[in-house]
Design a protein around this ligand. Structure first.
Ligand SMILES: [Zn+2]
Length: 213
């Protein structure tokens, strides 16, 4: 569902450009809103959320899908935790649909899907692991890297229930915006994938903007 935001970019508390292939790990407080802006278009932002004061509680794709009765995420979707608590709500969306089924790219999946020599190519899981290592104080470990959201990624379900990777439906200037319903860490990998159309074979930067309540 296309829904424009009422927030003006110039009133944002903070704005961070995340380069292609880079990550962002940041605390967002309850009541704050966070926008992910696709600056150049067709860019996937692979994202995880954790409850800030208890990182064992985190975003859960299956709880979110079951509670809303739909596999796609858009404005109105409430992102649920593994304890079935609402973590964030998508309050605006000019892209219209986001994936939470496809999972993130990894060197292992690149090897299986494409070829052995893709093993050394940069993948989202590497960016997340780097984020964890560079923020040891938060206490996240490899076992906390679970199912995620692929913002802006187009993974349509076939009538037979199959998953397909399709060319993106996002474009330059499209965004998705969420309001935090609890204090959360956002862990975003700006996807470096070059082997499928999720980034249009050309990874580009995204901008993350945060507003106070
Ligand atoms: Zn990726």
């Amino acid at each position: 569902m296309i829904k424009e935001s009422t927030r003006a970019q110039e009133n944002a508390l903070e704005s961070i450009v995340v380069a292609a292939g880079d990550y962002l790990l940041k605390k967002v407080k309850k009541g704050q809103s966070v926008r992910i802006l696709d600056l150049e278009g067709n860019q996937a932002a692979d994202t995880l959320f954790y409850k800030a004061d208890d990182i064992s509680e985190r975003y859960s794709a299956m709880d979110t899908i079951r509670e809303q009765g739909n596999v796609y995420l858009t404005a109105g979707s409430v992102l649920m935790s593994n304890l079935n608590n609402p973590m964030l709500e998508i309050v605006a969306d000019t892209c219209g649909r986001h994936d939470t089924l496809g999972g993130a790219c990894a060197t292992e999946s690149n090897t299986v899907r494409y070829s052995l020599e893709k093993r050394c190519m940069h993948a989202c899981r590497d960016s997340w692991m780097l984020a964890l290592a560079e923020h040891e104080n938060i206490g996240l470990s490899k076992r906390d890297i679970t199912h995620n959201i692929n913002f802006f990624m187009n993974v349509p379900i076939t009538p037979e229930g199959g998953l397909t990777f399709e060319d993106g439906i996002s474009a330059a200037g499209k965004y998705v915006e969420m309001t935090a319903l609890m204090d959360v860490y956002i862990l975003l990998s700006n996807c470096p994938q070059l082997n499928n159309p999720c980034n249009g074979y050309n990874p580009t930067p995204v901008e993350v903007l945060i507003w106070n309540a």
